[in-house]
Every structure is written in structure tokens, then in C-alpha cells.
Write a protein that binds this ligand. Structure first.
Ligand code: HEC
Length: 159
């Protein structure tokens, strides 16, 4: 009984740690995508280039809108989206679709969130804290249930 609990406790700590590391990897990958595919037209806090300064954009816009703007800006414009069309008027050129897949779009958004004001520390606290906490809790609960079940099996054998 005791041994099993110990194994599950250690197991859940390891999983939580893995989730944390994984979440940080997301934003790192987003940074790579951003610097290779977006910096020709955007800065974060450095002013306008061909496109708008993206500092604070994750607070200014809905996440679903951001995803579409990054993944398929041409479709947003074609649908007559008022924000996209307003930006087009302001900047004179439309943003071209860059062919990113959903995971890449999410990584870039994670990076944009983190690079708001607090830099790296914000990545860890604001954008990842809650989801990581939730996932960790779910995993701990799952491990506890599994642990209790196998504990019960053991005791029924000894009785
Ligand atoms: C060829 C230049 C160009 C590239 C490359 C480009 N953008 Fe844009 N982007 C624009 C322009 C111009 C606008 C404003 C007009 C529009 O929305 O079509 C814009 C608008 C945006 C907006 C909306 C900003 C706001 O204020 O709501 C976001 C978000 C954005 N781009 C993200 C990205 C990301 C992320 C990348 C890289 C994956 C990227 N862009 C690459 C030119 C570009």
C-alpha cells in the first residue's frame, strides 16, 4: 500500500514537471517562428513597420480572432471582418497568409502573450500558470484514483 502511494506521488510530480517544461517549450518555439516569419513586418514594442506593433495585441483582441488573423488573414478580410478591414485601411497592405498550422499559430500566440510587458517571467505566470495548474490537478486526481484502486485490489487479496 505504502510503496504504491509513493510511486504515484513521485509519478505525479514528474508529470507536472514535464507539463511545465512542455508549456515553456511552446513559447520558445513561438519565438523562433516569430523571428523567422513575422519580424519583417512586425515589432513588439518597437513601433509600426509594414504591419502594426504587436505589443499587447493579445489583450486587445479576442484569442479566436488572433488565431484567424495569423492563420488566414485573407479569409478574415474576405468575410468583411471590421477589425481586419480597419487595419487594412490603416496600413494600406493586407497581411498575407503564412501557411502556419494550428500548433504553430498557438505557439506564436503564446509567445506574443509572454512578450507583453514582463518578458519571460510573464510567460510563466500569466499565460501558463492556470492551464498548467489545471492539467496538474487533473493528473494528480487521476493518479490518486488509480492508486486507490490498485491499493484496494491489494488489500482484498490479503483478506
Ligand atoms: C508581409 C508583412 C507581414 C508579415 C510577414 C506578417 N504580418 Fe501580420 N500584419 C501585416 C499587416 C500589413 C497587418 C495589418 C493589415 C491586416 O490585418 O491585413 C497585420 C496585422 C497583424 C495582426 C493584427 C494586429 C492588430 O492590431 O490587431 C496580427 C496579430 C498579426 N499581423 C500577426 C502576425 C504574425 C504572428 C506574423 C508571423 C507569423 C505576421 N503577422 C506576419 C503584415 C504582415
Amino acid at each position: 500500500m505504502h510503496g504504491i502511494r509513493k510511486i504515484f506521488a513521485i509519478g505525479s510530480i514528474v508529470v507536472c514537471f514535464a507539463v511545465l517544461v512542455y508549456a515553456q517549450g511552446d513559447s520558445k518555439e513561438g519565438e523562433t517562428i516569430f523571428s523567422s516569419k513575422c519580424t519583417a513586418c512586425h515589432t513588439i514594442g518597437g513601433g509600426k513597420l509594414i504591419g502594426p506593433d504587436l505589443s499587447g495585441v493579445t489583450e486587445k483582441r479576442e484569442e479566436a480572432w488572433l488565431k484567424r488573423q495569423i492563420k488566414e488573414p485573407d479569409k478574415l478580410l474576405a468575410e468583411g471582418d471590421p477589425i481586419a478591414n480597419g487595419l487594412l485601411k490603416e496600413f494600406g497592405v493586407p497581411m498575407a497568409p503564412l501557411g502556419l498550422n494550428d500548433a504553430e499559430v498557438e505557439n506564436v500566440i503564446a509567445f506574443l502573450k509572454g512578450s507583453g510587458e514582463g518578458g519571460e517571467t510573464q510567460v510563466q505566470t500569466s499565460s501558463y500558470f492556470l492551464p498548467t495548474l489545471l492539467i496538474s490537478f487533473l493528473i494528480i486526481i487521476l493518479f490518486t484514483i488509480i492508486g486507490l484502486k490498485s491499493g484496494r485490489k491489494n488489500s482484498s487479496v490479503t483478506i
